[in-house]
Design a protein around this ligand. Structure first.
Ligand SMILES: *[C@@H]1O[C@H](CO)[C@@H](O)[C@H](O)[C@H]1NC(C)=O
Ligand SMILES: *[C@@H]1O[C@H](CO)[C@@H](O)[C@H](O)[C@H]1NC(C)=O
Length: 340
């Protein structure tokens, strides 16, 4: 009777150990498999994992109350702009009284874009890319805090009340060069490359000296993080590369298809120049800019120049006092995104 009892205990103990080991192995396998499949698709977004600023992230987790008081409780008179995502407020961050712009996101789509923007921008430090000062998660609300850009967006300057009168020919070329510098940084100095995917005049912001900075990285991707076929059509019709437009609804007006016939014909070229700058424009420079623009809108992607080549072709067209010199890009801090 006693030995039977012992045998029973041994059997139970043995099978418990085997089942336990199997469970542990399963857990390890699932964990390993998850990590592996995660690794194949996603560059891990590490900034949001901790409440504090981590070593690689410059942007700070900010207190909601601090942002609330900086914007006078998100007062209506502080609104700088609004979009599908929510509103942008102007404010002053105390005690240093730093002028800020706060993007308040509320819809579900915007929350993914918030994460992308924090992860990408918190590692970028470049004179032609917007500086993200901080972020905040408060219930369903997501807040992004940027340095304030006093002269608004290129779109507002061109199409707002001043109708482009503040932007001379040379200033416009300087803005184009600044944009090229920002893009070159994303394409050449970030590892992996960052593809912005929504470049347009409303996402090019201007500081009080009309230095241009790229903003709105909510749709940006790290090159190689997703298969091309998995990418949804993104960006704004009229600005995206022509091959993105193949599935676009008919009658969609694209800036590219409008400009193409006029860019190829020197006699038609002056017709597409903004009348506001027609007098301050240098004809020889206009031909050169048109030649660069034409290369950029080639239907075949591989015929389009690299942004580094565009940058080199724009430098001689911008007066030195507006930044028309080659900069030592080696001094730039590269941004590296870890693949974990
Ligand atoms: C903060 O700066 C703005 C101008 O940038 C000024 O109008 C305002 O009075 C300042 N506020 C404080 C508390 O110093
Ligand atoms: C640009 O910003 C400066 C500084 O805030 C301001 O004085 C100027 O009026 C602005 N110009 C335009 C055209 O917005």
């Amino acid at each position: 009777m006693k030995s039977n009892h012992k045998l029973l205990i041994a059997v139970i103990a043995g099978s418990t150990a085997i089942v336990g080991a199997a469970i542990i192995l399963c857990v390890f396998y699932i964990y390993y498999y998850r990590r592996k499949s995660h690794r194949q698709n996603v560059y891990r977004l590490s900034c949001l994992d901790s409440d504090k600023m981590s070593g690689s992230c410059r942007a700070l987790m900010m207190d909601f109350k601090k942002i609330e008081s900086a914007t006078d409780n998100f007062r209506e008179t502080n609104i700088l702009g609004a979009g599908g995502f929510g509103c942008v407020y102007q404010g002053h961050l105390q005690p240093a009284n730093i002028s800020i712009a706060v993007k308040k996101l509320s819809n579900a789509d915007a929350i993914t874009q918030f994460q992308t923007e924090v992860e990408l921008l918190s590692k970028i430090e470049h004179p032609n890319i917007i500086t993200l000062l901080g972020y905040c998660i408060h219930g369903e609300t997501r807040l992004l805090v940027y340095q304030l850009m006093h002269n608004g967006s290129l779109e507002t300057q061109l199409h707002g009340p001043s109708k482009g009168s503040a932007l001379t020919w040379h200033l416009r070329l300087k803005i184009a060069l600044d944009v090229a510098r920002g893009l070159e940084y994303l394409h050449k100095h970030c590892r992996p490359r960052i593809i912005h995917r929504d470049l347009k005049s409303s996402n090019i912001l201007l500081d009080s000296n009309f230095n241009a900075k790229l903003s709105d990285f909510g749709l940006a991707i790290l090159d190689g993080s997703q298969k091309k076929s998995q990418l949804k059509l993104s960006g704004t019709l009229g600005y995206v590369a022509p091959e993105y437009l193949l599935d676009a609804p008919p009658h969609t007006q694209s800036t590219v298809s409008w400009a193409m016939p006029q860019l190829t014909d020197r006699t038609k070229l002056p017709n597409i120049v903004d009348p506001v700058i027609a007098n301050s424009m240098d004809m020889k420079h206009l031909y050169q800019v048109a030649a660069v623009a034409l290369l950029c809108i080639q239907p075949e992607p591989s015929y389009r120049p690299l942004i580094a080549d565009i940058l080199l072709s724009l430098v001689p067209l911008v007066p030195v006092e507006l930044g028309g010199t080659l900069r030592d890009e080696k001094s730039l801090k590269p941004a590296t995104y870890v693949h974990t």
